[in-house]
Ligand binder design. Sequence first.
Ligand SMILES: Cc1ncc(COP(=O)(O)O)c(C=O)c1O
Length: 367
Amino acid sequence: MGEIIMEITVKKAEPGHMKPKPQDETQLGFGDIFTDHMFLMDYEAGKGWYGPRIEPYNDLNIDPAAMVLHYGQEIFEGLKAYRGTNGGIYLFRARDNFARLNRSAQRLCMPEVETDLVMEGLIKLIEIDQDWVPRTKGTSLYIRPTMIATEPHLGVRPSNTYLFYIIIGPVAAYYKEGLNPVKIWVETEYVRAAPGGTGEAKTSGNYAASLLAAEKAKERGFTQVLWLDAVERKYVEEVGTMNMFFVIDEEIITAPLTGTILPGITRDSVLHILKDWGMRVSERSLTIDEVVEAAEDGRLKEAFGTGTAAVISPVGQITYKEKDYVIAGGKMGELSQRLYNEIVALQYGEKPDPYGWVEKIVPPGQR
Ligand SMILES: Cc1ncc(COP(=O)(O)O)c(C=O)c1O
């Protein structure tokens, strides 16, 4: 049986119903502003995905018994589009995000999406709302693909119906610190994900489970928590919304993908780039004791988080068992800065992309 090509229908917002765009792009925060349109499609068991469409951004109409509201069958992604200095719009590794969405779908017993179809929907959506893609340096268009279980049914089993949608909105830096180093609390009481659990899936429950520890850390003046493994509370895993890298002597270390951490796209990009730079990189288990010993001996040169939201976020201090360890003099390290510059230059189409990560979706000057 051949592929059924689905037509994406478009219903544009009435000119009088368009939202005002942010006037001052330097004041853009993160995650509060959304554009005029959204992409949606529906799924029904036995029928598959149907009705791909772009519509004016609006409330969702779901039944109070919709299974997502009771049993948490929800998965999402986070990626960005960038306005290049030449005015064109670029996507960075979007297909890898949809591949990860499909892995999350498998783990949560949800249907996979057709990457070509959702890519087409996303690109069409960005084309329609292209004036919303900000132009100021450091800003971008955040993209949130989401899938929810919509069947009105109480009783624990996978839903028979789903809604997939993509919303987009202009953003600036994720952390108020920007590129300034963040302070991280090493969490010893709560855990984020256990072996065999859902840690490597991007699903809302993981984030709900992380809130209490993160709130307590914030009260103590920390930006995020660093999670340790759930079994021994010994191995360093990841930070709230970032994968972690530690530079000890000449070795750059990040936790291996053993199922409890999110396989970050930025993490993967950093690994590729570091290998190309001929650096010694290891995906290996790293104990928190090894980290703090290295910090005490002056061998912990840098620590940084990687993620779509902040790209590279230098860590200036970690606190473990009430003891503070200042890293790289509390400043952004040389390697963190070099990686940030490299990845940002690729994302904004400022330098040739040897990896095939960057996709130009709207040419400069198109209107
Ligand atoms: C828990 C967690 N770890 C790591 C990351 C970084 O992943 P990526 O580089 O794909 O944004 C994120 C952000 O999506 C995250 O939520």
